[in-house]
Design a protein around this ligand. Structure first.
Ligand SMILES: Nc1ncnc2c1ncn2[C@@H]1O[C@H](COP(=O)(O)OP(=O)(O)O)[C@@H](O)[C@H]1O
Ligand SMILES: [Mg+2]
Length: 257
């Protein structure tokens, strides 16, 4: 579905992505994790060439993205949904208008675009809010509109770059629930950059750990977090154990009180 081979990108002297290789299967959800600055955003943005790679190849559904001219790239980008940390909605437009925008610009007649947009809003549980101005919605709802905007194109591949990172903690859950549903449904392959460990453990088919531009470890969540082979993996394991202890303590103190 998605195959990345020998991908490389530097900014001046800094090597941001270094000989990166990854394969994501049809319907699979891969979660990419690693410390800030390790090259996750650079890597994921190269997949639809928001950032141009220096070298390497990227194939999406059999199309070699790295070889496409602008017209070809425009076509393949429609097959790839991208959800960013920043929602970038048009605040004065309603939810459904925001979702329709890309479809109409793509030449889809307004009526058909409206139907597709409403269907996408249903998938994120916002059909009743379709006529609300996006500026008046909560951050969680705005990000759900952002997700609907990507889903409206019925993409083969969904890319997520820290979709919950700019949300208040209490709004994170509603977005993770939608993501979990989409992963379960397996309508598209998903590559998710996130620091949400619990999501990674429960939803990922595969965890990919990255450090300093390269993959240091990959495997099923229980292997990577249970028996890590890398230093980064070990750090995640300790973090999970720490969280489990803290959760247990909180529950215990509640029982006593
Ligand atoms: N446009 C750019 N120009 C120069 N350096 C950049 C640029 N974009 C990213 N970097 C650098 O590349 C490295 C990887 O960044 P990034 O991919 O954003 O990491 P992550 O998403 O894992 O936090 C960082 O050291 C960052 O400062
Ligand atoms: Mg990033």
């Amino acid at each position: 579905m998605l195959t990345i081979e020998n991908l490389y990108k530097s900014f001046g002297k800094l090597v941001a992505v270094n000989d990166f290789n990854l394969h994501v299967k049809e319907g699979e959800t891969a979660v990419l994790m690693g410390p800030s600055g390790c090259g996750k955003s650079t890597m994921i943005r190269m997949i639809n060439r928001l950032i141009e790679p220096d070298s390497g190849t990227i194939c999406v559904s059999g199309t070699e993205v790295t070889k496409l001219d602008l017209e070809g790239l425009r076509r393949v980008r429609k097959r790839i949904g991208f959800v960013f940390q920043q929602f970038n909605l048009v605040g004065r437009l309603t939810a459904v208008e925001n979702v329709m925008l890309g479809l109409v610009m793509d030449g889809i007649p307004r009526d058909a675009a409206y139907d597709k947009a409403m269907k996408a809003l249903e998938k994120v549980g916002l059909e009743k809010r379709a006529q609300h101005k996006s500026a008046e919605m909560s951050g969680g709802q705005q990000q759900r509109v952002g997700i609907a905007r990507a889903l409206a194109f019925e993409p083969d591949l969904m890319l997520w770059d820290e979709p919950t990172a700019s949300l208040d903690p209490i709004l994170v859950r509603e977005v993770l629930v939608i993501m979990e549903d989409l992963a379960k449904y397996r309508a598209s392959s998903m590559l998710v950059v996130t620091h949400e460990i619990s999501f990674a453990i429960h939803v990922a088919d595969r965890i990919v750990l990255m450090d300093k531009g390269s993959i240091v470890e990959e495997g099923m969540p229980e292997d990577v977090f249970g028996h890590p082979a890398s230093h980064i993996g070990q750090q995640y394991k300790e973090l999970i154990e720490y969280q489990q202890i803290t959760n247990a303590r909180t529950l215990n103190s509640k029982n006593i009180a």
